[in-house]
Write a protein that binds this ligand. Structure first.
Ligand SMILES: Nc1ncnc2c1ncn2[C@@H]1O[C@H](COP(=O)(O)OP(=O)(O)OP(=O)(O)O)[C@@H](O)[C@H]1O
Length: 248
């Protein structure tokens, strides 16, 4: 069905927009000129070699690092720089690469701490993670790495994110576990309408679930476009990783 906005040719207000974002540490700029425009339910894969600036982008979007330049806009409202509380209130939720779980608390308690009034119930959230549902009473420190990652994502979901930022969910996990987890990311975007920004080292798996992708190299966007296009042109990805500028 075609929406009224599509019929009139207007572009819908993006859920997440970054314009001319520059990020870094103190006077040192490590990411430059990042432009992103994502609508509800879209998944962006942020790719690139070690040290490219991917985590810096995520922490800056979440308001944990001050922006050096540029704007971050959520549902049309510009966010103040370096205000993690304001970013969270606007609907940005970061799943950090260290997962930051309360390991001595149970899985259920980790989720209850994060729950928001009016947010989804634990039961509804657990539908996405049947394996975790069986582990609700177990301490978060005793579940497997894959289950801990599920818990970290579930804990973000109970906060009803408009923008879910997931930094390297596959860190330390076997590829077979990553193959199970990444489709859940697609489901989250499809079923909740959240925008998902995903930093991922498993490039081909990430492109399978993403709508858009960008490749950061030394803080510059070397390639940006449709994930499906990139998936069928691995040579463009290779060129970007090797430092040759290209467009999708
Ligand atoms: N706290 C910090 N202070 C100063 N420089 C930092 C800090 N954290 C990261 N950097 C530098 O910023 C650059 C980008 O780092 P970042 O962690 O964002 O890259 P990344 O793409 O996420 O890498 P990886 O894939 O290895 O996690 C690197 O040169 C790094 O040394």
């Amino acid at each position: 069905m075609t929406s009224k906005i599509e019929e009139s040719g207007e572009r819908p207000t993006p859920v997440l927009e970054c314009r001319g974002l520059a990020a870094g540490y103190g006077a040192v700029t490590v990411v430059r000129d990042l432009d992103v425009r994502l609508s509800a339910g879209q998944v962006l894969a942020v790719l690139g070699p070690n040290g490219a600036g991917k985590t810096t982008v995520m922490t800056t979007l979440a308001g944990l690092l001050p922006r050096i330049e540029g704007e971050v806009v959520v549902n049309g409202t510009p966010l103040p720089s370096a205000r993690p509380g304001a970013a969270n209130k606007a609907g940005l939720v970061l799943v950090a690469d260290d997962r930051a779980l309360f390991t001595s608390l149970s899985v259920r308690e980790n989720l209850q701490i994060a729950q928001k009034s009016g947010g989804p119930s634990l039961e509804a959230t657990m539908e996405m993670f049947p394996a975790l549902k069986k582990r609700l009473k177990v301490s978060a420190g005793s579940i497997s790495g894959g289950e801990q990652q599920m818990l970290a994502v579930a804990r973000a979901l109970v906060q009803q994110p408009k923008v879910l930022l997931i930094d390297e969910m596959s860190m330390g996990l076997a590829p077979v576990i990553v193959e199970e987890l990444l489709p859940v990311v697609r489901r989250i975007a499809d079923e909740t309408g959240a925008v998902v920004v995903l930093v991922e080292q498993h490039v081909h798996l990430a492109l399978e679930v993403a709508d858009e992708a960008l490749v950061l190299v030394h803080g510059d966007v070397r390639l940006q476009g449709s994930a499906a296009e990139l998936a069928v042109h691995p040579e463009r990805l290779e060129a970007a990783y090797l430092g040759e500028a290209a467009a999708v």
